[in-house]
Write a protein that binds this ligand. Structure first.
Ligand SMILES: *Cc1c(COP(=O)(O)O)cnc(C)c1O
Length: 384
């Protein structure tokens, strides 16, 4: 099997699995207990908090573990509003956010908040100038993702952050796709809140964290026994947290090496496909792009058929495509980037990981080209 869908999830890193194992078995103490078994669990959670903090240049006391990126996004958006209520009820976000942010904003609209939805340019970039123009006296929070999960566009978070810090407006970024893929430093980015998910960087599913800048205090989303310094109640997912911590440590340690490798493979793949498929369109920005992400549209191709053919060949890739029958919704991201429907229907999202090899990439290219030739979308003379 060839796995090239790392934006959807990643395999658990072997050392994360190893680190978790004791906490699924003999080290089953509840971190809140007052005997040695509990103290050991507590210590393991705090060690993981330090690793998570390191991955984003934060302090351990600024990290709150959650059940994933979705919970972190929900919490970031809903957890500050009680404090900001006297100032106003205006939020700013973009139209290309993950549903965890997009649907939370939609809920808040129903609750009486006013939301400005910024439209990206055709590369998927939200410009700091757009944020500046959207800010009002009653703007309390801005949420813009650091990197888009479909097209891989990296947003100018630092520039937006600097402006909002001066304006004293809270700034949240969904950095789920960025953490472990590109350098992330909360102080450099000037964000107040940042979401991350364990399973996107080699940790277990069902784990994540929210960074909350130490000068701020966030209202809990989940009430109970007061775990996570009162921020997020419920007995800690000790094994999961330990796995996330070890995955964060691994991700931070190998980042430059992985970025270079994955980007080289991605560029090789893009250049070969561009050479062999006339009319291939790259979605998203060429320059401001996650190293692992390739999102292409081929006019006349049907993504579902393509993915089916690739699945048969043992390849996992994904699509966010408009269904030609019109029954399935298209991609809100590609639509925002003004990708025409006939291109959206032939979209493939290929996201590489550090375990992918050049041989695998060659095999994937060959499979795509064979499919397109069989469908007469490209002529046979392009075959090599
Ligand atoms: C995957 C993803 C999420 C959700 O994270 P989960 O841990 O799966 O809940 C949120 N935002 C982005 C950008 C993502 O890619």
């Amino acid at each position: 099997m060839i796995y090239m869908d790392h934006a959807a999830t990643t395999a658990l890193h072997p050392s994360a699995y190893k680190a978790m194992e004791p906490y699924l078995q003999e080290q089953y103490g509840n971190p809140s207990g007052s005997y040695t078994l509990s103290a050991q669990a507590k210590e393991a959670v705090e060690w993981a908090r330090m690793q998570a903090a390191r991955l984003i240049g934060a302090r351990p006391e600024e990290i709150y573990f959650t059940s994933g990126g979705t919970e972190a996004d929900n919490w970031a958006l809903r957890g500050m509003l009680w404090q900001t209520a006297p100032k106003g009820r205006h939020l700013i976000t973009s139209s290309i956010e993950h549903p965890a942010v997009g649907n939370t904003c939609r809920y808040l609209e129903q609750m009486g908040y006013e939301v400005t939805w910024l439209q990206p340019d055709t590369d998927g970039v939200i410009h700091p100038e757009q944020v500046r123009q959207a800010v009002r006296g009653d703007t309390v929070l801005v949420s813009i993702m650091m990197a888009n999960n479909e097209v891989g566009t990296i947003e100018p978070i630092r520039e937006i952050g600097r402006y909002l810090r001066n304006k004293n407006i809270l700034f949240h970024t969904d950095a789920v796709q960025a953490c472990g893929q590109i350098p992330v430093d909360v102080n450099d980015l000037m964000v107040d809140l940042l979401s991350a998910s364990g399973h996107k960087f080699g940790g277990p599913k069902g784990t994540g964290f929210l960074y909350v800048r130490k000068e701020l205090s966030i209202e809990p989303l989940i009430f109970g026994g007061g775990q996570e310094r009162g921020g997020r109640s419920g007995t800690e997912n000790v094994a999961g947290i330990v796995g996330l911590g070890e995955a964060a440590r691994q991700a931070a340690g190998t980042l430059p090496y992985r970025m270079r490798n994955v980007q080289m493979l991605r560029n090789y793949m893009l250049h070969r496909l561009e050479r062999e498929i006339p009319g291939l369109q790259l979605n998203g920005s060429r320059r401001r792009r996650l190293p692992c992400n390739l999102n292409i549209s081929i006019k006349g191709a049907d993504s579902r058929e393509m993915i089916g053919a690739m699945d048969k060949a043992g390849i996992c890739v994904s699509a966010r495509s408009a269904c030609s029958s019109g029954k399935l919704p298209g991609s809100h991201v590609l639509t925002a980037l003004l990708v025409p429907e006939e291109y959206q229907n032939g979209t493939l999202r290929i996201t590489l990981g550090s375990e992918n090899t050049k041989e695998e990439v060659d095999y994937v290219i060959k499979t795509i080209l064979e499919f397109l030739k069989k469908k007469k979308i490209i002529p046979d003379k392009y075959s090599k």
